[in-house]
Design a protein around this ligand. Structure first.
Ligand code: ADP
Ligand code: SF4
Length: 673
């Protein structure tokens, strides 16, 4: 029984072919950056989801054959018996908590470059691989199609041997089956041309997978329910006919949409439940259960989706990453304890970079096995030491919260009138409002902790810190954006920076807005340069974004935001000057240099915003370092992402009173037994 009876419906079981999900909380397949290389890390991470109440927990994309190799992007695999054993690790841990385990069988087709396996690629047609890899696949002939069908059945049988309850046929996200389904597939055989022909391979795989393992496993189909359209205005096109054609053939419909950067859109561009208009028609075409996503963190939104007959199962990747215990918190009536996803896509970025998953909100994500961290539990204090935390940004808040959870006596001193530090300020920038959840969740938790006392408007100097007399002091005082242009490109201050009207992102966030046009010099490449340009352009100012990179906010290719950021800036009339450095300022004259040729040009612009690097606010450390037990965390130690600040604060709390073996070293997965 749920604490709040309204939510009882979310805890009803759902039949998926021959298996039954214990509730409606469904962790859809999501990447982790771990893949086949880190089975133990994966198993432990997925286990926390099952423990936290997700009724179904799925793998990431799982290759059925070496001809489907996305390296260097990490993916799971079911190529042979070693893989069966590796996958069984996860299945066993998921089952331990009464959840079902699902596997997303995957063949990338023509998009897979096969850089690791060196297998020639195959696809519906001969085409270059994704991105800019100089690799092209061959068009599959009849023998290739027969082989593919055989591999799929073999992988499905392996999946069953590993113990999976749900096995996917994956026909979305541009991979092999989506390539066959695409209207671009104009093959002249019975697998191309008409919709029926283009869907033939998909139908065959569904039928054959069912025949092979369908008596024991539910067969899920992952498919996009739209063919195009603008954000929030889907064009359904032939998808209605296709879904009608397949109707009750799969045991479960797992729906995605045609634009991945919308489906997994960051909160800057996509709101909760944004997929509703894309998927709401599907239930009319099938009697089978339907799962869909929408970065659902509000139980009321989930309830509405189910009650209004849009979804049967509430699909989630990011909400389950930010809070693996989300379902349990709803069941226990602890909705305010849900650590809501902020939609920053830092989790996705890790996969895109080929490194293990991490999460801004949940510092334990990806650390379950290698550091033994749990998202909800933390060892009790090992001493009676008191701790003074100075600075209430993401690092200080997380340190204070986690130390308090352990039972240490914590005093948190914050200079300003509000907690949150950079998070509060950055959340006021265009599109970033949800980032304030980093602060809000921590403040809510700290309010419940008797061991933590908070003092606002309390800027401490060295004497006051000494006088306070805490056993340990942790400095979380953050960092300032530098006005002098020092960063990647310039090791020293830009010539003449102090002769011009130069501002920093801190000034812009504090409300500074001088008259006239702006040049934003971005040598940082994450969101700040782009978002400052967006804010300024939104006030009607003329803005030029000068960047040493090839695009505005280039790093955001990792967060699936890059193209949307270009579109938004260009739409607002921002001029983007790529591959260019700002090298000199003299009053209103700015000198620019091409990063390749060194060719110089100059522009007249009254205001410049430097987005180059930050200087830690570590004065107290320099004054007190030799005298007391004091450490720095977050941006004060090394300026970075909000995720890095939260991690830093959390790690400080975990390592308080830890033995020497519990420090920087973590367990590594080793192929040597
Ligand atoms: P981080 O990202 O590392 O958490 P932030 O810049 O977000 O750092 O937060 C640092 C916080 O520390 C800010 O809220 C700032 O007002 C506060 N702060 C800075 N110096 C002091 C000080 N001497 N005493 C108390 N608080 C301080
Ligand atoms: Fe959400 Fe960001 Fe965590 Fe991903 S990293 S789950 S987007 S809060």
């Amino acid at each position: 029984m749920t604490a709040d009876r309204r939510y009882q419906i979310l805890f009803e079981s759902v039949k998926i072919g021959p298996v039954t999900a214990p509730n409606r909380f469904y962790q859809v397949p999501h990447c982790t950056g771990m893949g086949f290389r880190m089975p133990q890390s994966l198993a432990a991470m997925r286990e926390t989801k099952a423990e936290g109440g997700w009724g179904v927990v799925c793998t990431e994309y799982c290759s059925i054959h070496p001809s489907s190799d996305d390296s260097p992007l990490p993916y799971a695999s079911l190529w042979g018996e070693d893989d069966v054993r590796a996958q069984a690790l996860m299945v066993e841990k998921v089952h331990r908590h009464g959840a079902l385990a699902g596997v997303e069988l995957w063949h990338g087709g023509g998009t897979s470059p096969n850089l690791y396996t060196r297998e020639p690629g195959i696809g519906a047609r001969s085409r270059p691989a994704s991105g800019i890899e100089p690799v092209q696949c061959r068009a599959m002939d009849k023998r290739d199609i027969r082989e593919l069908r055989r591999w799929h059945v073999q992988a499905a049988r392996r999946a069953q041997r590993a113990g999976f309850d749900i096995v996917y046929v994956y026909a979305a996200h541009g991979y092999l089956l989506a390539q066959f389904l695409s209207p671009q597939n104009q093959r002249s055989d019975e697998y191309g041309g008409s919709l029926e022909n283009r869907a033939r391979l998909l139908r065959e795989l569904l039928e054959e997978t069912k025949e092979a393992i369908g008596d024991r496993c539910g067969i899920a189909l992952r498919l996009s329910s739209s063919v195009g359209g603008a954000d929030g205005e889907p064009e359904i096109g032939e998808k209605r006919e296709l879904i009608g054609l397949l109707g009750d053939l799969p045991d479960l419909w797992d729906l995605s949409v045609h634009d991945y950067s919308y489906e997994m859109g960051s909160s800057r561009f996509t709101r909760e439940a944004a997929m509703e208009s894309y998927v709401s028609y599907v239930k009319q075409l099938t009697r089978r259960p339907v799962v869909g996503v929408g970065r659902f963190t509000s139980p009321d939104t989930m309830l509405r989706q189910v009650q209004s007959g849009i979804l049967d199962l509430v699909g989630a990747a990011r909400p389950s990453i930010a809070d693996p215990f989300l379902p349990r918190k709803i069941r226990e009536g602890r909705v305010e304890d849900i650590r809501e996803c902020i939609g920053c896509n830092v989790c996705y970025a890790a996969d895109y970079q080929g490194i293990p998953i991490r999460c801004t909100q949940n510092p334990a994500m990806g650390e379950e096995w290698r550091r033994g961290w749990h998202p909800e539990f933390i060892p009790e204090a090992r001493s009676e030491k008191s701790v003074l935390v100075i600075g209430g940004g993401p690092a200080g808040l997380e340190a204070a919260r986690a130390l308090g959870q352990r039972g240490y006596a914590v005093t948190l001193a914050e200079k300003s009138r509000e907690l949150g530090g950079r998070v509060g300020r950055e959340a006021a920038l265009p599109g970033l409002a949800e980032w304030s959840r980093v602060r809000d969740w921590r403040v809510t938790q700290i309010e419940k902790l008797e061991a933590v006392e908070v003092f606002l408007e309390s800027e401490l100097d060295a004497e006051q810190v000494l006088e306070f007399g805490a056993d340990r002091v942790v400095l979380a005082t953050g960092a300032d954006w530098r006005p002098d242009g020092v960063g990647r490109w310039h090791a020293g201050p830009i010539d003449g920076w102090d002769t011009a009207s130069v501002l920093t992102p801190d000034d812009i966030m504090s409300g500074a807005l001088p008259e006239g046009s702006f040049l934003v010099f971005d040598d940082d490449h994450y969101y700040m340069g782009g978002v400052v340009a967006e804010k300024l352009a939104g006030t009607g100012r003329e803005v030029t974004l000068v960047t040493t990179s090839y695009l505005a906010s280039a790093w955001t290719i990792n967060t699936a935001e890059r193209d949307r950021i270009q579109a938004r800036l260009l739409g607002l009339g921002v001029r983007i000057e790529p591959n260019t450095a700002l090298t000199q300022l003299a009053g209103e004259k700015a000198v620019l240099r091409c990063v390749f040729t060194g060719r110089e040009s100059s522009v007249d612009v009254p205001n410049v915003v430097m987005v180059t690097s930050r200087a830690p606010r570590d004065r107290l450390y320099r004054e007190l370092g030799a005298r007391i037990d004091i450490e720095r965390i977050g941006d004060c130690l090394a300026p970075g992402t909000i995720a890095a600040c939260v991690m830093s604060g959390h790690r400080y709390a975990r390592e308080m009173d830890a033995g020497p073996a519990e420090g920087a070293l973590f367990r590594r997965e080793s192929p040597i037994p």
